[in-house]
Design a protein around this ligand. Structure first.
Ligand SMILES: [Zn+2]
Length: 202
């Protein structure tokens, strides 16, 4: 989901703002002054990162702006380094619960995760893809010539979790912040009971 679309889904947007610690109001799906104030803080914190690390391609920026600022900091650092090597783009940032449920319903099956069961639903995960002459390239994805070697190296260096290390499924284009359980994240994200920073500290 791109930034503009996230903002048009008010409840998802409020959840993101609350999880980032910016929104002090209720998760009611109604845009009011507190939502607008929090949105300004969100923009400001992302703009600071853009100023510090430099603006990237439009697709990457659109997805980066949907991530929790704590995740965006590291994913942006990774993307800046990756783009210095080749045409890597961030092709997925946040996926709202609604989007995730739509994906879950697709046949043939593309995911086993419903809304609230993917790290992407909380804005703390990103997917990268390599483009060569404008075309997306996915292989070789394993072994000595894997195209994902720099992704693994940078994720490890920056302290991101790399999807190629997952035991359940090999997902080398995926990175995420931390190893919190989806149950913990889902509860905090939907009720507003804790911010991401609080969860990471506890
Ligand atoms: Zn992913």
């Amino acid at each position: 989901m791109i930034y503009a679309a996230l903002q048009s889904d008010t409840l998802s947007w409020q959840r993101s703002l609350k999880f980032a610690g910016f929104y002090r109001g209720r998760l009611d799906g109604i845009t009011g002054p507190l939502t607008r104030e929090a949105a300004a803080q969100w923009r400001e914190s992302h703009q600071q990162l853009q100023t510090r690390y430099g603006r990237l391609d439009k697709r990457t920026e659109d997805n980066l702006l949907t991530l929790q600022p704590l995740a965006a900091l590291k994913v942006r650092q990774m993307m800046t380094a990756l783009r210095g090597l080749a045409d890597w783009k961030l092709i997925c940032g946040i996926r709202t619960y609604e989007e995730q449920d739509r994906l879950y319903g697709k046949r043939p099956r593309v995911t086993r995760a419903k809304g609230g069961q993917s790290m992407h639903n909380f804005g703390i995960a990103g997917d990268v893809c390599l483009f060569v002459d404008g075309k997306d390239v996915w292989t070789p994805s394993e072994g000595a010539n894997s195209i994902y070697k720099p992704v693994a190296a940078l994720a490890h260096k920056l302290g991101l979790v790399w999807g190629g290390d997952f035991k359940s499924i090999y997902d080398p284009g995926h990175v995420q912040l931390g190893e919190l359980s989806t149950a913990t994240l889902h509860h905090a994200y939907t009720t507003g009971s804790a911010t991401l920073a609080q969860l990471l500290q506890s």
